[in-house]
Design a protein around this ligand. Structure first.
Ligand code: HEM
Length: 224
């Protein structure tokens, strides 16, 4: 929906949301990550078109299923390497349980969750590659704040009931983002590391674009 997002950003700012918080110092690696992925982020936003007025609960469930198919295998694959990265707070950042709780609340069964399609991941050689992915997946919590408010006004959802993923950090969203950027800045100081991170973030967005295009919004999990 053209024009909806700038309005949503302004609305978030006026309510004291993430986008009203004091501007944070942008590290070089953050600038590079943001610049390299900005166009793909815009395409993904456009492709998902989540601020449209006719989004149904069925669309929403399909969306959560697609997110589940990304976060679950990513977190399983990345955990051994990422939990050793100082300051990353990986345990706190995991979203699989939140997505599962939302889907179960909306009628999915545990068997249905187990059968959901997953994005295949292979363990990369360097932690910086996982940090590039984490930049992308954690960035989704920023848009999540706007989206959660939008969904809550149109669908029978609230923070504890079906919106746990999109409200993952609540008031802590800006803080969690700032702390992630600090860790990325520490790890992105050499050109080799920075390039690994940026390439990985670009390829993460490319894979997400494909993944969401291929996604079905009408799987009925309760029957599984
Ligand atoms: C799979 C879906 C998505 C992913 C992976 C994603 C990823 C990201 C990333 C990485 C950032 C950080 C940019 C930075 O470095 O500052 C970000 C920021 C943001 N995203 Fe998304 N995003 C997704 C969907 C959306 C959607 C659908 C919206 C629409 C509301 C959205 C709105 C925003 C906003 C408002 C920001 C804050 C930064 C800004 O003002 O430009 N995102 N997102």
């Amino acid at each position: 929906m053209p024009g909806a997002l700038p309005q949503a950003r302004e609305a978030a700012a006026s309510r004291g949301g993430t986008f009203a918080s004091a501007p944070m110092k942008t590290s070089e690696i953050h600038s590079r990550l943001k610049a390299a992925t900005a166009e793909m982020h815009a395409r993904l936003e456009q492709q998902l078109d989540l601020l449209r007025d006719d989004l149904t609960l069925c669309d929403y469930v399909g969306l959560l299923e697609r997110f589940y198919g990304v976060y679950e295998p990513f977190e399983r694959m990345a955990e051994p390497m990422l939990k050793r990265v100082p300051g990353i707070e990986f345990e706190r950042r995991k979203k699989t349980e939140l997505l599962a709780a939302d889907l179960l609340h909306l009628g999915a069964s545990p068997v249905g969750l187990a059968l959901l399609p997953r994005l295949p991941f292979t363990v990369p050689e360097q932690p910086e590659q996982l940090l590039g992915w984490l930049y992308v997946l954690e960035g989704a919590t920023l848009g999540g704040q706007i989206l959660a408010r939008h969904f809550a006004t149109r669908l029978p959802l609230s923070a504890g009931c079906g919106l746990r993923f999109f409200t993952a950090y609540g008031e802590e969203t800006a803080t969690m983002w700032r702390r992630l950027l600090e860790v990325l800045a520490v790890h992105g100081q050499t050109e080799v590391a920075a390039r690994l991170m940026v390439d990985s973030a670009v390829s993460a967005f490319a894979r997400l674009l494909d993944w969401f295009v291929a996604g079905s919004y009408s799987l009925d999990l309760s029957a599984a």
